[in-house]
Design a protein around this ligand. Structure first.
Ligand SMILES: Cc1cc2nc3c(=O)[nH]c(=O)nc-3n(C[C@H](O)[C@H](O)[C@H](O)COP(=O)(O)O)c2cc1C
Length: 213
């Protein structure tokens, strides 16, 4: 196996400490991720970053909206049903997470209410009239952010939960109406909470691969 790289050490963190991430470092991470490939270099993504007081207000507003039972979906909605293969993997992950967390499973499930205490929240948008290829391009960019963050010693979480209340997010940023908030990424530094050590497995290579000679 190749030397241990960011791809192998990166994992999702769902409980961040209060330590802020330096804004210049955030810019460096995003600049590195901008090297992601995209369809004819289309670079369809944009990023809106909340730190400090703005991130704090967003965390509070999110918790308040959830406690009041406000129903909301992200602007790019998950499907009603997943295809068999992803659904099987999702179910496997859910069971593995519950077994790992044991009696403390509720802390995992509620970690998103205050946006995982992330000190920096990156909202990634794509044009509303995007094709699947723009989503593909932006996924590469998003993963680039996670890997660059890891290489700089910054923990991360890509999460739908960050983008669940787009109306709140739009109060804090000037996001044009023709852009959709695709996903949020939290950046920060992990606490030693149990949920941060959850190890996820990947399906056997054969389940996703065919090679013919
Ligand atoms: C598009 C996307 C949305 C996600 N949304 C959430 C979320 O809302 N809440 C959460 O706790 N994790 C979320 N995750 C994190 C995944 O659960 C995690 O990446 C997966 O279980 C693999 O674990 P790892 O990141 O530790 O390797 C999301 C990941 C992706 C790529």
């Amino acid at each position: 196996m190749a030397d241990e790289s960011s791809q192998l050490t990166r994992h999702s963190v769902r409980n961040f400490s209060d330590k802020p991430v330096d804004t210049e470092l955030i810019k460096e991470i995003i600049a590195e991720a901008q090297h992601a490939p995209s369809w004819e270099n289309a670079q369809p993504w944009k990023v809106y970053v909340a730190v400090g007081e703005t991130a704090r207000k967003l965390r509070e507003a999110n918790a308040e909206a959830i406690s009041q039972g406000h129903k909301s979906w992200a602007e790019v909605t998950p499907p009603q049903a997943w295809a068999d293969k992803p659904q099987q993997n999702i179910t496997y992950w859910q069971h593995g997470m519950a077994a790992y967390m044991g009696d403390d499973v509720q802390s995992f499930r509620s970690a998103g209410q205050k946006l995982y205490n992330a000190p920096a929240i990156l909202y990634i948008t794509i044009p509303k009239n995007s094709t699947n290829y723009s989503a593909y391009d932006t996924g590469a960019f998003g993963y680039g952010i996670l890997l660059a963050a890891e290489a700089h010693g910054v923990n991360s979480l890509p999460a739908y939960s960050f983008a669940r209340y787009p109306d709140i997010v739009r109060q804090y940023f000037d996001i044009p109406e023709d852009e959709a908030i695709l996903l949020g990424i939290g950046l920060g530094y992990a606490t030693d909470a149990k949920m941060n050590q959850l190890q996820t497995k990947r399906e056997p290579l054969d389940a996703a691969l065919q090679i013919k000679d």
